[in-house]
Design a protein. Structure first.
Lengths: 284, 263
């Protein structure tokens, strides 16, 4: 007997192999876990063993990092078949992928590369999302990127691009608040204004994560979306603003590099849940 | 004139793969300021991610050569062998071959074989699951009906995680010493070792095999009958004892089906 499929409007965390034992032993009171699809695309072994056990007790959200939805070239059909297999096996409550590309003529780049905001690119992204949604038989969420540069040829804002894609494909959006803060700092716009302009009614999930400070060629701040530390205070503020304005949403804390002990990560989820609970209290 | 998405991405990839290449012309510049450090974030992410993937797959190699040597060789490897799949646990298969012909590693010719052992361990970790059979299953099979023929004509299906690596070098002791499962005092550089890698349940196991045991398993894996494999094993090792090795075969969890039947 499994727990329900649906992801509740609570806090969750990205599931790490280092935490399998902690989770199964301590059965933490946490809303859900998210998995990176690519880590569970082997045939068997410990990844599936532990994920099955955790799935018995918690809802799971499936988050892809390698589908390359923003590539000009076609989607990898084998990869789509593997995603479909995971979707059927684990019945995730949500499926999300990135507005980014990572493939070109057979080479895979293990990063989320930026997309120019043009009509042509939006058309490719819509075609690819339609293909994914048809293959999986479900609506997907598209995540706003963290960016370090922009393209000379972009003809629309990031929000206009996301709205256009959502409108034409029927997909929902995943709002990564840390990405908003990182991109806004790197491109020199106000993160609050981005949140205020964002179509929050389309948001099915929120991401939080830590970023690393650096500098660009001119010595100006350049933030790196590193997921290697706690969520920063300005990102918590931006998150509170998002939830006050849009209402409670399933919220994920991502920590993928220099992964901390389970209690440290769990504490981040507890903090996010506090924001969700306060928003619910204020609304009633 | 708006550039085509295809051209934007082709230029981006080309610049990404060549560290000294200029930032692509499609990148917006603000007030003629250079954007090299911004573009380098992507270059660094790619290199750091792939180096981390190799480090996770080849921890014994990193122990044997040290962090700095490992990082430098990983850097060259990932430039020559960019991944072709989003499954990073499938990345780095050719690292052993690369080390074989990497001039700075010429003084440590065993690295390639140790790397191939680590690669086999990673593949075993992710291999399909199967319930290993006990030797009782063989006894029950043979007791059940007369039409099944002679035991010597049986072909076993071996566990999906099983792999065999042979070497001129003591790869199992080298690996064990690096993985904290053995002592470097046990490494005899004059000893050739043959490795069995298998994951009967959750943990990947690595064992050194005698020449006979290796030939026996290799024969069974190559779809030989039990009798043919035993002959191979006897040729590799005069004192090969079939009954003992048949027990051992089941004891390590190597057999997942008895049938693959008679011809």
């Amino acid at each position: 007997m499994r727990c329900p499929d649906d992801i509740p409007p609570r806090a969750g965390v990205g599931l790490k192999a280092a935490h399998y034992d902690d989770v199964l032993r301590s059965r933490p009171d946490i809303g859900w876990f998210e998995i990176h699809a690519e880590n569970y695309m082997g045939e068997g072994g410990p990844p599936h063993h532990f994920l099955e056990a955790i799935r018995q007790r918690y809802p799971i959200s499936l988050h892809g990092v390698g589908l390359s939805i923003g590539a000009d070239g076609p989607l990898d059909k084998d990869h789509l078949i593997r995603l479909k297999g995971l979707n059927e096996r684990y019945r995730p409550g949500l499926f999300s992928e990135h507005l980014a590309w990572s493939t070109h003529e057979g080479v895979y780049v293990n990063d989320l590369l930026p997309v120019p905001y043009t009509v042509e690119a939006a058309g490719r992204v819509v075609d690819h999302i339609n293909e994914v949604q048809d293959a999986l038989g479900r609506r997907m969420l598209l995540e706003n990127p963290s960016t370090y540069l922009t393209f000379a040829d972009s003809t629309m804002s990031e929000i206009a691009f996301l709205e256009r894609v959502a409108d034409r494909s029927g997909c929902g959006l995943l709002l990564d608040v840390n990405n908003v803060f990182v991109s806004a700092t790197n491109q020199g716009y106000a993160p609050d204004a981005y949140i205020d302009d964002f179509p929050l009614e389309l948001v099915g999930e929120v991401h939080l994560g830590g970023h690393a400070p650096d500098e660009d060629d001119q010595g100006e701040p350049l933030l790196i979306d590193a997921h290697d530390r706690p969520v920063g205070d300005p990102v918590w503020d931006l998150y509170a603003r998002t939830i006050r304005k849009g209402g409670a949403r399933p919220t994920l804390v991502e920590w993928d590099t220099d992964v901390p002990s389970w209690p440290v990560l769990f504490e981040e989820a507890v903090r996010a849940e506090g924001v969700l609970v306060r928003a619910a209290g204020a609304a009633s | 004139m708006t550039r085509r998405l295809l051209d934007v991405q082709a230029d981006f990839i080309e610049a990404l793969q060549r560290p000294e290449a200029p930032v692509p012309a499609s990148i917006a510049v603000r007030a003629d300021k250079p954007a090299k450090k911004r573009f380098d974030v992507y270059r660094n992410n790619v290199a750091a991610g792939l180096t981390q993937a190799l480090r996770a797959t080849y921890p014994a190699i990193e122990k044997l050569v040290g962090e700095a040597f490992f990082a430098a060789s990983a850097r060259i490897y990932l430039e020559r062998h960019p991944p072709r799949s989003p499954l990073l646990f499938r990345y780095g298969e050719a690292f052993g071959d690369f080390l074989d012909s990497f001039p700075p590693a010429a003084g440590t010719p065993y690295l390639g074989d140790v790397a191939r052992l680590e690669w086999a361990r990673l593949q075993a970790h992710h291999a399909a699951d199967a319930e290993p059979l006990s030797i009782d299953a063989l006894a029950a099979y043979l007791a059940d009906g007369s039409e099944r023929g002679d035991i010597g004509t049986l072909r076993f299906a071996l566990h999906p995680s099983l792999d065999l690596i042979t070497s001129r070098w003591p790869i199992v002791s080298l690996w064990a010493a690096s993985a904290g499962q053995g002592s470097s005092d046990d490494v005899d550089m004059k000893r050739a070792e043959r490795a069995l890698v298998i994951r009967p349940s959750l943990a990947v196991e690595t064992r050194a095999l005698s020449p006979g045991a290796f030939a026996f398993l290799a024969g069974l894996r190559g779809d030989m009958t039990l009798q043919q494999a035993a002959i191979e094993a006897s040729e590799a090792e005069e004192t090969f004892d079939l009954a003992e090795h048949l027990q051992g075969l089941f004891a390590v969890g190597a057999v997942s089906a008895i049938n693959k039947n008679t011809t």
